[in-house]
Design a binder for this molecule. Sequence first.
Ligand SMILES: [Zn+2]
Length: 397
Amino acid sequence: MKPLRLPAEDRQHLLTFLRDLVRIPSPSTQEADVAQRIVEELDTVGLPEVKVDPIGNVVTRIGPGGGPTLMLSAHMDTVRVSGPESWARDPFSAEVEDGLLYGVGSCDMKGGLAAMVYALKILKDLGADLKGDIVLSCVVQEEECEGLGTRVLIKESGIRPDWVVIGEPTDLNISRGQRGRLEMQVVTHGRSAHAASPHLGENAINTAARLVFGLEMLTEQMAEDDFLGPGTLAVTDISSRASSRNAIPDRCSLILDRRLTLGENETTALSQVQRVIAREGVGATVAVTEYRASSYTGYECQARKLYPPWVLSADHPLVDAAVRAAQMQLKRRPGITHWRFSTEGVYTAGEAGIPSVGLGPGKEAAAHTADEHVRLEDVYTAAEIYAQLALRLLGRA
Ligand SMILES: [Zn+2]
């Protein structure tokens, strides 16, 4: 094994490709144009086996067919730009300054996606003798419903990965897990009355307020995992219903974002909230929310917002292979870490039980922020690490 190098000419092509990706807006469910650009690039670099599946994921493959399969997992969508005025640069200009490329999605995760495309080019140009396949999956709607795109891909395509590498930002360290996520809705019910006589009604907002304080107290009861840290709960939305602004609301809804650490699940999370409701003695219900959307291809998506936590053990051969591949290219040992945010791993590792690790250019803290950026040198290095890792897992020599 020796270090691989992405040639200067391909670095230039990768940069052009990445700048195009950043310039094409691709919020979740609106990935059509960026998908088209990815298909074009895969064709340009000489990867002819490109498919767009029913939900709109772009998938390609190299290898002999049969044998073990490594999946390189990327997502094409980005979050929406809520406050462009907070950016020092145009979020879609893909400006490069001092070796950093700026723009929405540059770090999360168009940089990782572009690196994965060029990892395949490195392997193709090497003419590597592989005993299995490398599948690149560029999925839709990760930002709104992580795991959905990969679930559809795996269920409908017949692709059965043996290992998954997720290219979300890790600053080129190895991530071997993340907390899961559960979104719940709590609804309180009251009784409407004229606001001039509030004592005749029962205010659903006041009831919800009592629950908000009760839920805050739950923080001390959250399970804690040595590696992933504690579970958390946050009230992230509140809305109410009343016949007018001078009527007592008869319904109030709270949205809860619950991060699940290892050992926590839907049952533990729901029963904690139910206990708060019972303790306060109020009329309220709690349920897991649902994600519903049409993909850009018109595929109707429906999924419960339940995303399990996952951890791959530190001594798993995939972690070892990823560390060695990164070390070979970086000339230093990468850190082993976990993500604070959520990724496609909730499906690949959390649900399907496929050994998964994360490795990508960019810092996790830069994702979803104004002036999001990625270091170009790290994008090129990521391409080399992915190719190096593929050779370690699938090379014959
Ligand atoms: Zn991401």
